[in-house]
Write a protein that binds this ligand. Structure first.
Ligand code: NAD
Length: 354
């Protein structure tokens, strides 16, 4: 198998949850790459979690929308970018239900602008061949739609059936990325991943909400009866998978990434309450009683599940963290941040023994 070696990487959306983890991962693993992080810094982006690398010689930040094709083209040229890793997106389903327009703008038109910029600079101006550049697109399992309890998990050949404006916008962007490979020969790879968790995730998402609610003694809102099932992957495992796909993935192909950790939302919430209680030496019942069922999300998909056979067999990737291990790291990180933000005072009593 031919291995591709990225040298100058444009990470889009690197001030978001997964992008920031990916940048930290790359800088820890490699001394032979340079990173340009392009991020608009919407409500979801923060440079706070990249402060430790802000002056790193291999790292450079540019505040810029991905929707400005000419600005992206200039960036690709000025920084001699050979690899684009595309995370930037509007990513919250509830917000997409309230106002789909920005999802269309960023996720569809922003991806189109990036693809056009890459095509112009790499293929038309530099006349690079496929061994000299790469465009990796990060997508979600939500594009496949909704599974029943006993349906087989999503594979790479499962037909797309998005049900929310968010997943519809991601599905559309996936199709454009694949089409640029088939039509123009742009060297692309894609990945569709299940729900991530870990450090730096925005407070509006489920796991940070559960942990913060426990620490603040606030109600933990759970949609419907909590029976919706999701697969959970620790964000560091996702970063390793993306890196493998960029280096060894087959061009034009997509890879499903998942943790093989399916849980109902209610079971996951209970587990986090119990682990957080243990790590803060509290009575679990004081957190469990905070759970409150709220009106279900419109069009709420019952279940997502990921078949990871392809990435396991072809790229020898499998998650290194099981759910308990990943949650332990995650909760510990939130406890430390909560302590730093004054949400909890008793830092010395945290425990990682769960
Ligand atoms: P996030 O919302 O935490 O971060 C998104 C980042 O994109 C933010 O920093 C934001 O400022 C930036 N951004 C938004 N619009 C932009 C624009 N027009 N130009 C430049 N930057 C812009 O998202 P995340 O959870 O880190 O997800 C990253 C990617 O992974 C997304 O494409 C998402 O669809 C995908 N994904 C996420 C998950 C998950 O569980 N979080 C799972 C599978 C796939």
């Amino acid at each position: 198998m031919m291995t591709y070696h990225p040298h100058k990487i444009l990470v889009t959306g690197g001030a978001g949850f997964i992008g920031a983890n990916f940048i930290q991962y790359l800088l820890k693993e490699y001394t032979d790459i340079n990173i340009v992080n392009v991020d608009l810094l919407t409500y979801a982006g923060s440079l706070h979690y990249l402060e430790n690398v802000a002056h790193h010689p291999q790292y450079h930040f540019v505040q810029q929308t991905i929707c400005d094709q000419k600005a992206i083209e200039k960036m690709l040229t000025d920084h001699h970018i050979d690899t684009i890793v595309h995370f930037a997106a509007e990513s919250h389903v509830d917000r997409s239900i309230a106002d789909p327009s920005v999802f269309l703008q960023t996720n569809v038109l922003g991806t189109y602008a990036l693809l056009e910029a890459a095509r112009n600079v790499w293929l038309n101006e530099k006349k690079w061949n496929e061994s000299q550049c790469r465009f990796h697109h990060i997508s979600t399992d939500e594009v496949f739609g909704c599974l029943k309890k006993d349906d087989p998990a999503f594979s790479e050949s499962t037909p797309y059936h998005p049900n929310s404006p968010y997943s519809a916008s991601k599905a559309s962007s996936d199709h454009f990325v694949r089409a640029y490979h088939t039509t123009y020969g742009l060297p692309v790879t894609l990945s569709n991943c299940s729900n991530n968790y870990g450090c730096y995730q925005h407070q509006e998402k489920l796991i940070p909400t559960i942990i913060a609610s426990c620490l603040k003694n606030k109600t933990i809102p759970i949609y419907g009866d909590g029976s919706n099932i999701r697969d959970w992957l620790y964000v560091v495992d996702h970063c390793v998978a993306i890196d493998k796909i960029i280096r060894q993935g087959k061009l034009g192909e997509s890879y499903n990434i998942g943790g093989n950790e399916e849980r109902t939302n209610l079971d996951l919430t209970r587990l986090i309450c119990q682990m957080t209680a243990k790590m803060t030496h509290q009575d679990p019942s004081s957190f469990l009683k905070l759970i409150q069922f709220v009106a279900d999300r419109p069009g709420h998909d019952l279940r997502y599940a990921i078949n990871t056979t392809k990435i396991k067999n072809e790229l020898e990737w499998k998650p290194q963290y099981n759910l308990t291990e990943g949650l332990r790291e995650t909760i510990y990180w939130y406890l430390q941040s909560a302590f730093l933000n004054g949400m909890t005072h008793d830092h010395t009593s945290f425990s990682t023994q769960v």
